[in-house]
Design a protein around this ligand. Structure first.
Ligand code: ZN
Ligand code: ZN
Length: 179
C-alpha cells in the first residue's frame, strides 16, 4: 500500500483503498489481549496535499470489526472510527554518523517521513488503526460479563453463585455495624 507523490494533485487528492482482510487481520493481531476479527470490505480513505516537499495526510474512515467483548467474551460487530492528520517530510539522507550518546530530540521522534517518491501507507495505517482500537470493547454498555466463580454468562440470567457483589461501600458499613 503505497501512495506515489506524483499521484497527489496540486489541489490535493482524495485516495480510497480497499484494505486486504489478511493485512488488517495481521495488524489487529498486535492489539493485545482482546481479539479483534477483521470483517470483509473495509476501505480506507485519505486526503493528501503537498506543501513544497512536505505532504499532509488527513484521514477519517470507519472500520467494521468483530471484537470479543472484554466482559463476556462474546464476539460482536463494532464500528471503529479512525481519524488522524499528520505531516510527512522527506527522509533526510544519512547524516554524518552520530555519536552513540546523541539522542534524538522528542521533536524528531514525532516526525514522520517518506522515502524517495512514495509514502508507505501501510506503516501509517498500521499505527493509526491500533491507536483507534478500544482497550475494553463491550458488546453492550450493560453487559454483565461472566460469573467469576462458575463462568456462566450473566447476561443470560443469574447463576445463583454468591458473588458478594454487594456495593463495596455498603459492605464496609455492614462490617462496621457488626462491631
Ligand atoms: Zn459482553
Ligand atoms: Zn456463577
Amino acid at each position: 500500500m503505497r501512495l506515489l507523490l506524483c499521484e497527489i494533485e496540486n489541489e490535493g487528492s482524495t485516495v480510497e483503498r480497499e484494505l486486504s482482510q489478511t493485512w488488517l487481520q495481521e495488524v489487529l493481531s498486535g492489539a493485545g489481549p482482546i481479539e479483534f476479527r477483521a470483517l470483509q470490505g473495509n476501505t480506507i480513505s485519505l486526503k493528501a496535499r503537498r506543501l513544497g516537499l512536505d505532504v499532509t495526510i488527513e484521514s477519517s474512515f470507519t472500520l467494521r470489526l468483530a471484537p470479543e467483548c472484554a466482559a463476556c467474551a462474546r464476539e460482536f460487530k463494532m464500528d471503529v472510527v479512525v481519524a488522524f492528520a499528520l505531516n510527512l517530510k522527506p527522509k533526510p539522507r544519512k547524516k554524518k554518523v552520530l555519536a552513540d550518546d546523541v539522542e534524538l530530540s522528542s521533536q524528531e521522534l514525532d516526525e514522520f517521513f517518506y522515502e524517495g517518491d512514495a509514502i508507505n501507507l501501510e506503516e501509517i495505517f498500521r499505527e493509526q488503526v491500533l491507536l483507534a482500537l478500544p482497550m475494553y470493547p463491550r458488546c453492550t454498555p450493560e453487559c454483565q460479563g461472566l460469573c467469576p466463580s462458575c463462568g456462566a454468562n450473566l447476561n443470560q440470567g443469574n447463576c445463583g453463585c454468591d458473588r458478594g457483589d454487594l456495593d463495596p461501600r455498603l459492605a464496609v458499613l455492614q462490617t462496621l455495624n457488626k462491631h
